[in-house]
Design a protein around this ligand. Sequence first.
Ligand SMILES: [Zn+2]
Length: 615
Amino acid sequence: MLNVIPLPATPSLPRRTAVRLALPLLVASTSVGPAAPLASQDDDYWQQEVHYTIEAALDEEAGQLEGAGTMVYRNRSPDAIDEVFFHLHLNAFRPNSIWATVEQREHLDFQSLGEEEHGFERLASMTMNGVALDPQYPFAPDSTVVRFALPEAIASGGEATFAFEWTARPATLCRRQCRQGRSWDFAHWYPRIAPYDHAGWQGHPLYPQGEFYGEYGVYDVTLDLAEDQVVGATGAVLEGDPGWRPSPWSPLPEVPWQRDWYTPREPVSPGRFTGEAAAGRKRVRFYSEDTHHFAWSTSPDYRYEATWAGDVAIHVLYRPEDLDWDAGAAAGRTIRAIQWLEGVFGPYPYPQLTNLHRLDGGGTEFPMVIMDGSPSQGLITHETAHQWAMGIFGSNEWKDAWLDEGMASFLTTWFTEEVTGVSGWPATVANVARIEAQGGTGVPIGTVSEEMPGFGAYGFLAYQKPSVVLYMLRELVGTETMREGLRIYAERKSFEHVVEADLRSAIEAAHGEDLGWFFEQWIHTTATLDWAVTAASTRQEGDGWATTMTLERRGEAWMPVTVRAGGVEVLVDDRSPIVTVDLRSSERPSEVVLDPETVLLDVDRSNNRAEVAGG
Ligand SMILES: [Zn+2]
């Protein structure tokens, strides 16, 4: 996502305004975080499987959604499951939630929202295999996590059917989700089972820092809406009319329906909808596989445009006044983003991508849906990158925010560099290095999100610094090797939960060498890098010049460093704290420059340059 988290401005994200970074001025010491897992999970990897069937009606007069659902839960873990946790994320946007308490310290006040204004997600019932379950709210008064003790355990390899009824409503204050008049952004809205993974239940209250992690499976969702509503959602439209009528400026005059993309698996109907929709209403059925979330947005005001990116349908929903979205502008940028990303990871594996103009600013990613506050190329690319780094590679955002936000930021700057020919890297690297030089945030990138010291630190540790770390990795292994490593990552880990070791082993597979030192140093420590040139002299030898220089490594971190002198570049790959380098050139060097392309997170560049004496 990309919204109110304050980030330093980056050239690659032009719509992002320059914001203050309120970083605590901690002592620049090296602290070591939890060690990275040594090996990929591949050998004993498993994940749970879900099959949701939901029937939900939006009652605009009552101002709420009324839903019923079933969720078939297949226990692929080696453990017997005797409790389950569901997320009720809309309850974050009401008074006394953890989100509201945390966010109040910033600038949005969910604490003061009145009875008619706040969001909610109220469970009316929950059963397992027909037996009623009692809710417990372990983080009360926060109610974004609900726990149920099960009457009988779900054996390893077994399955259970959960059935639930609930009502839900977004808040009138926009943050991710929102409602205004007849426009509704259902970013979160249904009881979403928490992941159960190798570390156990991940029933984690919803914080503004670190949000997405889910179980893969089928989402079969039928929405009952007023007839004039126009809706965008995860999945392909199997049945019904989402209200898509291509505007006269649509790049494609027809709707790419893709109704036959999926052969739906047998739904377990919650039995709420029988017969036809009532007069003045309609039902629209969306269906997806290999997704871990379902989001939707609806408004009778939406204008619609359609196009293709290869065989991926692009649906764009925008507002009547959006002159910067229409006539294929947003659609074209979405095509550019998805096709460039396909060049990195391989084909986009879903039938469609919907880019819609939400009520809130910024942007947030959901499988097959990006909700954007603007049509800027930087924002669209960032959110589309999340289709992979979050949607297809299901990372745990509150544990490893950098695997999704850092990766999306890295890919966006890389996209801009390749597509426009203008590199934003030197400015981005220098900006991150400047913050590092001032002491950074005091904690490593691999810190659990809510233990990061504030939103500014989260923006730095989840987005900016890891994007630079991934750029250093790309320059270390080479651009084509990085591309190959990311393709391997997609080949191995699509539709699975990912951890750092999965990314690392994929890049190592392409690179052919161990990269443990790199990930340990940059992800799990606050070590800083400072290469300095302390002496340089040259003498004529034959028809050229022999230059000798002394380099000092003053930070605790290490990276190979490029040295340029006399029109010649050498890569110094020596881990000693003091290194003597000999360089031959045909012209007499006037100066020595370390890291001339500004690739390294070098906290003091003032000592990267020296006059050459002698000759
Ligand atoms: Zn993001």
